[in-house]
Structure formats: C-alpha cells, structure tokens
Design a protein around this ligand. Structure first.
Ligand code: CIR
Length: 266
C-alpha cells in the first residue's frame, strides 16, 4: 500500500544562487563552490525524477543566499500547504517567495502569521501517523502552536519534541525511511522521541548521514558515510548516494533541498 509519508507525485527544488557563498553556517569550514554545488544539485534532481515524480525546478533567488534549502519554507501535506515563518531573519522572505508556487498546485495554502511565531520545515518530520516538530533555535513554541491549529483542521496530530542543543534542525539528526522506520543519531534517539517506531542508528562518527530522504522507492543519502550506507543496504533500502560536500558547509543535507508532496485534488 502506498505510504503518504514516503510516496510523492511532486517535488519542488530551487537552483542555488551565486550568493550561496554567503549562506548561513554554524561553523565556517570553507566557502561552498557554486559550480560543484550545481553539479550535486543536478544529481539530486535527477534522482528524484528517476522515480517518476514531477520535479518543479525554480530559478535562483539571488537576494536569499540560503534559498536552495527550500524545505524550510513550507510544510506540504496532502490536504494543503502551510507557508512557514523561518526563524533566521535572512530567510524570512524565502517563504513568501514560495507561496505562489504552492498556490499553483494546492487548493488550500495557509500561512504561519503570528509576529512572534517562528518555524522552519527542517524541524518537521511527517510520519504515517503524526507530525513531529522539534523546538530549536529556529522554531519556537508559538510557531509550533500555530502550526498545530492549522493542521488540526486537516485531521493531523502534531507532537512537539526537542531538537538537540547545538543541532540546527530536528531533521538534521533523523529521517523517515518507511512508514514505520526512522534513521536517527543515537543522541536524538536517546531523548525517547521515537518510542513506537523502528529506529536504525547512524554509525558512530557518521551523524551527518542522518539527514536522508525516502522518496518513492529510493532513499537518497549523502555520499561519504559507508558504515551507515551498509546498514541501510542490509536493511533492504534502495539507496542513491548524492555528493553533498558544498551544502554540508552550510549545514544542509538531503531533506533541505526539496519539498516533497502529493497534492490531493480539490
Ligand atoms: C541555514 O542555516 O538555514 C541553512 N544554511 C541550512 C538550512 C538547512 N535546512 C534544513 O536542514 N532543512
């Protein structure tokens, strides 16, 4: 049976802007190279398309250095989309720029509007049974409460959890592998937030492999994490390794680079 949390007809991506060199980063490990990032991005888009999905590739937004990381701008559910209010001031305008593209695909598009509400898509993990939202430096209680009200009308249950201190987003440390299974770092799983799920841990020292995506039949994972790759392969997942060296310099991974969804016909 198709799982709504893993099976998608559509994805939206945005090509990196030349201003990507000014993208936000927790620790400076070097300037990302645009041409290399563009190559990696093209591989990522090709992998999504190879599953048969429609991938809408938006053009670069030069005014927003981090705009390649489209996941943070919206939550896309079958019933409708919710435009986020990113907690990073330099990223607020990215959400507004995404809204018209969502309106073209969805009958219903809602928005986080409270001036004190902040929430980024990277803190939201949609599973088959619930929506987990990690409170973080980018996502606050007011943003989570507002999202809970907006999605309750669509029949979705939201559970607030904690993004570990010093970790950018909840999904920096976890991802959904199938309707029942989560890939997570040990430090996040130790919080107990995945009770009731099957959890596969990233290998020690490979915590950056936690941000993967299940997209239709594939699991896209960042290249360079052989022990975690072997664990996922042994568990039977069909893997695609995507080079991610340039996005990693800006704390970005597989989930950040797309919005993934199946809009329900109005
Ligand atoms: C930022 O700090 O906002 C970007 N440099 C990285 C965003 C990554 N997005 C994500 O994990 N969903």
């Amino acid at each position: 049976m198709p799982a709504r949390s893993c099976d998608f007809t559509h994805a939206i991506t945005r090509r990196p802007a030349t201003t990507i060199t000014a993208g936000l980063r927790a620790v400076d490990t070097g300037t990302p190279d645009l041409a290399t990032m563009e190559r990696h991005h093209a591989d990522y888009v090709a992998a999504l398309r190879s599953t048969g999905a429609t991938v809408i590739e938006l053009g670069p937004l030069e005014d927003f250095p981090d705009s390649v990381f489209v996941e943070d701008t919206a939550l896309c559910l079958p019933e409708g989309a919710v435009v986020m209010r990113p907690g990073a001031p330099s990223r607020l305008g990215e959400a507004a720029a995404m809204a018209p593209h969502l309106r073209a695909l969805y009958a219903e598009v809602r928005s986080i509007e409270g001036q004190d509400s902040f929430i980024e898509g990277g803190d939201i993990l949609v599973t088959e049974r619930e929506i987990l939202v990690g409170r973080s430096a980018r996502t606050n209680a007011a943003g989570i409460a507002e999202l809970a009200r907006l999605v309750a009308g669509w029949g979705h249950r939201l559970r607030e959890v904690a993004t570990p201190p010093g970790v950018l987003h909840f999904k920096t440390d976890c991802s959904l592998l199938d309707a029942e299974t989560i890939l997570a770092t040990r430090r996040l799983d130790a919080s107990g937030c995945f009770a009731g799920y099957r959890v596969i841990h990233t290998a020690e020292g490979e915590e950056a492999a936690a941000n993967t995506i299940r997209f239709n039949g594939l699991v896209l994972m960042p290249a360079g994490f052989p022990r975690t790759r072997d664990r996922l392969a042994a568990a039977g997942y069909d893997l695609r390794e995507i080079a991610n060296s340039e996005c990693a310099k800006l704390d970005g991974g597989m989930s950040c680079l797309s919005l993934r969804f199946t809009p329900r016909p109005a």
